[in-house]
Ligand binder design. Structure first.
Ligand SMILES: Nc1ncnc2c1ncn2[C@@H]1O[C@H](COP(=O)(O)OP(=O)(O)OP(=O)(O)O)[C@@H](O)[C@H]1O
Ligand SMILES: [Mg+2]
Length: 283
């Protein structure tokens, strides 16, 4: 696609609309470009992740969703453009600022990433031991509470390879929350789970988000921004408050979930309905 006409055609569904969501953005992507060699992944991405909401990034496989998450925590840097977390530019941070900034995040990476050599309890305690000066007693209280929340109070001593996929996800979830993050990133928390476990995980995410909202209000810290990447449209329907639809390295549309589910954009409609007919093919 080298001609301007071809380019326009490629982006004809990308209105880039940022429908107002009535909150501040915890994370902002500003005209971000990122390529790996000749493989252009992000191509002028403008996206906001609102504070205080459960938001979802939806889009076809290979479109750059996981790459986005890595930009937010400074594991990847844009070739062009900027990524702001609470208004501060991640690519311009010094190492010590980056280290501090990462403590605002709780992340569940797509590949699960429990340490295979540690049991569930130690896995969950790891960020606290790594990033805080807390005593083992304080750590114990936090870890026990978070593991109970996700229903793993009887699995403290289990090794990751002894867990079912769903239990592993919940352990990763508990670990992502132990530092009381302002921004929580879940990359496909529901992949590989049966429909009932997926629904339960969605409810768990909503409950914990609500608890953390109340907690943040008590403490006067920013209301937590939850961001989920999922391919499960049912999860999006049930749980999402804000949706960003990403395709070909840019936002097609973003905004309050209810509005996106009513969008008359053909790509958004096709994707949110999971239909085979529409602008998205196998390509
Ligand atoms: N570190 C890297 N080096 C080279 N290429 C990469 C790297 N990370 C990602 N890519 C490429 O970037 C593209 C987007 O990858 P990404 O993992 O973000 O997709 P995704 O939207 O998360 O897809 P899925 O829904 O399948 O998880 C892919 O073509 C991938 O091969
Ligand atoms: Mg991914």
């Amino acid at each position: 696609m080298s001609t301007q006409a071809g380019h326009d055609e490629e982006y004809r569904w990308h209105t880039g609309a940022k429908r107002p969501h009535g909150a501040k953005d915890a994370v902002e992507f500003i005209d971000v470009h990122k390529a790996f060699g000749r493989n252009k992944i992000l191509r002028g991405l403008n996206m906001g992740i609102p504070e205080g909401k459960i938001s979802m990034i939806l889009g076809p496989s290979g479109t750059g969703k996981s790459v986005c998450i890595k930009h937010m925590v400074g594991l990847l840097y844009p070739d062009q453009g900027d990524v702001l977390v609470h208004g501060e530019s991640v690519p311009n941070m010094e190492d010590d600022e980056l280290f501090k900034m990462r403590q605002k995040f709780g992340v569940l990476f797509q590949d699960g990433a429990l340490f295979g050599s540690m049991n569930v309890w130690d896995n969950t305690a790891f960020p606290l031991r790594q990033h805080t000066e807390k005593s083992e007693e304080e750590i114990g209280e936090i870890v026990n509470r978070r593991l109970a929340e996700v229903g793993l109070q009887n699995a403290h001593d289990k090794m990751p390879n002894e867990l079912s996929g769903g239990m592993r996800k919940r352990a990763g979830f508990a670990r992502a929350l132990v530092l009381d993050p302002d921004i929580v990133l879940f990359d496909e928390p529901d992949s590989g789970l049966d429909p009932v476990r997926t629904a339960l995980l969605g409810e768990l995410i909503q409950e914990i988000h609500e608890d953390m909202m109340n907690e943040a209000q008590r403490r006067g810290t920013p209301p937590p921004a939850f961001t989920l990447i999922t391919h499960d449209i049912m999860t999006a329907r049930r749980v999402a408050e804000h949706i960003s639809v990403l395709w070909k390295g840019r936002i097609v549309e973003s905004g309050p979930a209810a509005e996106l589910f009513e969008s008359d954009n053909q790509f958004v409609r096709q994707f949110l309905a999971g239909e085979s007919q529409g602008p998205l093919g196998m390509e």
